[in-house]
Design a protein around this ligand. Structure first.
Ligand code: IMP
Ligand code: MG
Length: 178
C-alpha cells in the first residue's frame, strides 16, 4: 500500500487518481445536464477546492463564470466548530444560479454559514457540490445536491486537501494511518 508522510503523520492511499477521474467526470456530466441552460456562477471555496474545481470545469459541457471565495474554520485534524467570515465575493448574485464547490463537507458548518451568507445576495438558486462528503459527521439541514463520494470519518489529505497546510499537491487521496 502506497503511503506518504505529511508533517508528523503517515497516510495511506485511499482514492486512486483513476477513481478521482471517474468521479469528476460523472459529476461534470450531471451538472452539465442540470445547469447548462443557467447563467451559472461557480463559486469555489478556497483553499481546498482549487484542484477539484480546475478538473471539474474542464469537464463541463458548457462555459461558466468561476470565482473564488474563502472561509476559514479548520485547524489540525478535527473541526473547531468556529466559523469565520466570507471573503472574496465581488460578483452580483441577483437572479443568478450559483454552484458552490467544496473539496469536502465534514460537519457542514462552513457550508451552512456560506449558504446563509449567500441568501443575502438574492440568488435565483444555490446548488451545492462537494467532491467528498462525510455523512456521519454532517450536522447541516440543507441539501447537498452533487456529492462525488461519501466516505467514513477518517481524516484525509491530497487532491487539494491539507493537513495543517501541507499535503495538497498529491493527485490521489490518502487517509490517516491508524
Ligand atoms: P466542515 O465545516 O466541518 O464541513 O469542514 C469543512 C472544511 O474542513 C473543508 O472545506 C476542509 O477544508 C476541512 N476538512 C474537513 N475534513 C477534512 C479532512 O478529512 N481532511 C482535510 N480537511 C478537512
Ligand atoms: Mg475546504
Amino acid at each position: 500500500m502506497k503511503t506518504i508522510s505529511v508533517k508528523d503523520k503517515d497516510f495511506e492511499l485511499y482514492i486512486s487518481e483513476q477513481e478521482i477521474n471517474q468521479i469528476v467526470c460523472q459529476l461534470a456530466k450531471n451538472i452539465s445536464e442540470d445547469l447548462k441552460e443557467e447563467n451559472l456562477l461557480i463559486l469555489a471555496v478556497l483553499n481546498g477546492s482549487f484542484i477539484f474545481v480546475a478538473d471539474l470545469v474542464r469537464n463541463l459541457e458548457f462555459d461558466a463564470e468561476i470565482s473564488f471565495v474563502k472561509i476559514s474554520s479548520y485547524n489540525g485534524v478535527s473541526s473547531t466548530g468556529t466559523v469565520k467570515q466570507l471573503i472574496g465575493l465581488n460578483e452580483s448574485l441577483e437572479n443568478r444560479t450559483v454552484l458552490v464547490v467544496e473539496d469536502i463537507i465534514d460537519s457542514g458548518l462552513s457550508m451552512g454559514m456560506l449558504l446563509e451568507e449567500l441568501k443575502k445576495y438574492n440568488p435565483k438558486d444555490v446548488k451545492v457540490c462537494t467532491f467528498l462528503f462525510k455523512p456521519n459527521m454532517f450536522k447541516g439541514s440543507y441539501e447537498v445536491h452533487y456529492v462525488g463520494k461519501s466516505i467514513s470519518d477518517e481524516f484525509i489529505v491530497g487532491y487539494g486537501l491539507d493537513y495543517d497546510g501541507m499535503g495538497r499537491k498529491y493527485g490521489e487521496i490518502y487517509q490517516l494511518k491508524q
